[in-house]
Unconditional design. Structure first.
Length: 141
């Protein structure tokens, strides 16, 4: 998957996710990686993975989870919840730091959408698609 964005704050880090629905409460989310804008506010990133109508998250049973980032506003869970397959067809990108969001004139709200669980707000998403039919749903393997 190639992500191309323009009009972003220059020289700013972002975090990119595959998500269940494009806006809050977002549902289940799967971290894809970092995106960095250049001095002109443009960003390009390539992610390798399986992105299609078959993109889903499943947890057939409960398992213990590593608890690494427990001193953050959103500490790691001790275990996962059980869930049947949930299709994740949407995409979203968050400011890596709340201070970067604030510098861009946005709220400095803290969200869990980066590796340390202390990201800023969502800056881009695929909300032009229906909640049950994000862009990945149209891709066939």
């Amino acid at each position: 998957m190639f992500i191309v964005a323009s009009g972003l704050p220059p020289n700013t880090g972002f975090d990119f996710f595959v998500i269940q629905v494009p806006t809050a409460p977002f549902g289940l989310a799967w971290y894809q990686g970092d995106v960095q804008s250049d001095a002109d506010g443009d960003a390009v990133q390539h992610f390798r993975g399986r992105f299609s109508i078959e993109t889903f998250i499943v947890a057939p049973g409960v398992a213990l989870a590593p608890r690494v980032f427990n001193d953050q506003p959103f500490p790691d869970a001790a275990q996962n919840p059980t869930t049947n397959p949930v299709q994740t067809y949407h995409l979203g990108m968050w400011f890596n730091f709340p201070a970067d969001a604030q510098a861009a004139g946005c709220p400095n709200t803290v969200t869990p959408f980066n590796g340390e669980h202390n990201a800023g707000i969502q800056v881009l998403n695929t909300s032009t698609y229906r909640d049950d039919h994000g862009p990945l749903r149209d891709l066939r393997p």
